[in-house]
Design a protein around this ligand. Sequence first.
Ligand code: SF4
Ligand code: SF4
Length: 468
Amino acid sequence: MSQQIPVKNVTPPAGETIDLYASREKIHTRAFSGFYRNLRRAGGALLFVLYFGTVWLNWDGHQAVWWNLPERKFHIFGATYWPQDFVLLSALLIIAAFGLFFITVFAGRVWCGYTCPQSVFTWIFMWAEKVTEGDRNQRMKLEKAPMSANKFARRFAKHSIWLGVSLVTALTFVGYFAPIRELLAELVTFDASGWALFWIAFFTLATYGNAGWLREQVCIHMCPYARFQSVMFDQDTLIVSYDPRRGETRGPRKKTADHKAQGLGDCIDCTLCVQVCPTGIDIRDGLQIECIGCAACIDACDAVMDKMNYPRGLISYTTEHNLSGQKTRLLRPRLIGYAIALLAMLAVFAWAVSNRSLVELDVLKDRVLYRENELGRIENVYTLKIMNKAQQDVVYRIDADGLDGLVYEGRREVRALAGEVLAIPVELSIDAEKLPSSTNEVTFHIRATDDDSIHNDASSRFIGPSVR
Ligand code: SF4
Ligand code: SF4
């Protein structure tokens, strides 16, 4: 017999229409405390110190972390990276993506709940809300109350804190591109550029809008990671989950009652887990795409279990296998695969960074193919582009080889200031009878005179007349 999927009749009564657009209901979260809240605060505090503190560090006379866009240089703690090094940045982004895949397969959305800037700033903004407008019930009352001096003052204070935090966040972010000390001095003297002012305003509004107004809507509707992570979950991935076998049948009871004898499970249906949820879902309905894995509901439910003298863990970090009474497999092929790929990429990246050349050499051959010089030798002209990527001035020695009897004619030693790009014209010459063919490969070498580890090579062509 074929089975029918049960459907609900949503046909509106004659003459009426139904609105398929459900407007967003504002979520008023209840404040809570607990182990995971403390963990999240510790993680958030560390990230804040890193984000707001790093921009003030100096190294070698300039800002330690500084995207110097006008000069196309990226300084990071004594190392300078150039556009030619951006393959390293791409590699770093790929490694970060693989790291995220690995963590997601292992522990679900811990990134979202604990470290994502959207979550961290939302928690800060929620704190400001609580300080200015009161706890959950007071906020809900205030929301419904007509405008009054008290309501205005509380709202004003809340938005002022939100805007203050947003402004400091934006200033810090722009400070990684325009040195923060100069930027602040320029702002005070009204000398800041229009672009700096534009980006400060842009990031202030972005932070204010995302953490103050959009909040969980960013996670639910805008974040691509929320969408594709579900394909990475397996039955051994850590998820925040309610244990229905233990919790059902839910219902209120007296603390002293023998609830098992009454046919009740451990869930007292207090809905605290829903009230603390920043995305407004009921985790008892099962795993949902809205859940950011913040564990607020675990803290709330554990506190209830403590009060009722029930064991903790009715809501917990667990796996689908655990919930269905099976064993969780920690090591599984997908996780091992991600771990191996991640380690291999990290090793290659570390090798590439430590072997990165501190001098770039490019050879541009002159458009005149060749000429005969006053000694009757065949001569080719080149321009050497030397880029000093070191933090200090360097004297380089230049040489060339590739053909027997090849003579290098040009400056043997050149000095390049830190970060300077030099264009050095040079010539190579050779007796015509020593040329093995009309097109030959030659190689230029440069090496720092006082540091053998700073060197580079570049090849080019030496052109001569046809050889019979
Ligand atoms: S907090 Fe725990 S006891 Fe209360 S409703 Fe949620 S699951 Fe049930
Ligand atoms: S269901 Fe629990 S873990 Fe998921 S977002 Fe809500 S409070 Fe956080």
